[in-house]
Design a protein around this ligand. Sequence first.
Ligand code: PLP
Length: 463
Amino acid sequence: MGDPNGSDYERLAGHTEPLISTGLPGPRGSAIIEADAKVTSPSLPRAYSFVPDRGAGAVIKDVDDNVFLDFNAGIAVCSTGHAHPAVVAAIKEQADKLLHYSASDFYLPIYAEMCARLAAIAPMDGPARAFLTNSGTEAVEAAIKLARHHTGRQYILSFFGSFHGRSYGSISLTASKANYRADFGPLLPGVLHAPYAGRFDSFLGLGRLGGEVAEPDLDYINDVIFKRLAKPHEVAAVVVEPVLGEGGYVVPPRSWLLQLRNLCDAHGILFVADEVQSGIGRTGSMWAMEHFDLEPDIILAGKGIASGMPLGAMVARADLMTWPLGTHGSTYGGNPVSCAAGLATLDLVAGGLITNAGVVGEFLMDGLKDLAQHEPAIQEVRGLGLMIGIELPSPQVADAIEIAAFKRGLLVLRAGDSTIRMAPPLIINRGQAASGLRLFEDACAEGVAVSAGLLSEQSMIRA
Ligand SMILES: Cc1ncc(COP(=O)(O)O)c(C=O)c1O
């Protein structure tokens, strides 16, 4: 007979309400933060003073036993929720068998199994092949290298507002915040940026900043880049997030992505969809590209692909993988334990979590749109599935709401200039979503008041 009170996992995962019993951070959290400040790199962009200890499903406890609803999922990573028993079991089983053998130099069965699964689900007609990495940024690097190698062309186009990672190639594509790039130059040569779906256009004289343009076009690419900077036959790839992630959770109109696809076809340019954040079920489809019914030539995955174990992937049309023996590899990329977690994750995502992401995502989105009717600070609610952005009037208001939510036990995170993103685990249930909505409503009221100076920081509610 099983434990009548359920497992530790079930007990924690079953919370629909947070439970905050100390000030935040609590005493243990404060001590850890103090010790951390002495030894960790000051470059780490800590959002607020959350010190996690144990997670289950969409719920996470901090080191002071405060219980939070996690609408961050470890920044869109813990797709199947924290410590899903099937993922943990797969990790343990693989760890008992084999921790590492480099798949670059030898034949690792589970590596090929993961590649076969990815090739089977890649949103492309015809055969595909995969290259596995430890992270999203390495998948981006692999795509840059493959695109240049295959086409023999040097230029890569990416977009203002986009985020592709922090290694030299990917940071050169990234244009969401100058801070990521500042003082690191020179960056990778041959990278050119264009407006993303009509957003971030005002400084180019093309439209208004941050707002939606009804019919965004590719005039900037055609009239500025191709006429003044680089001929299309010199462009190897366009790297695009089909839903903008760190840059503010922006969903472009299909017509814009279609124009981009057509532009690539017209000039022999490879269409690279960076789905490190939007992929693996987050948007209510396995890939965001499926919402637009468009095929990329190369697709990139990371984050949610292995529920928190380090894994990334570049999946390309098989005919593009013309780079010969020895031209690219990785010691750890596609580590067997990460692959085991990845395979278990794909089973769970395809076996129901995609559907849940769509259903609960719609419930959350509807609730937030209702809230926007009577909370004037909310300027726009947008997204797909469980990738939801809430646009606020300023970074200060967004910050104040983020902190007010944290103090109530709801973890959310800033994105873009003044957006709050909600990216809970795909396993989140309706009760937890409803509770998150209530908490967010309260947090908005407090955040708006705080940023307007009506309440002092000290008088903010402390549990
Ligand atoms: C769209 C996108 N691409 C690439 C990356 C980089 O991934 P990683 O941090 O695993 O290197 C991220 C990370 O946020 C991302 O959102």
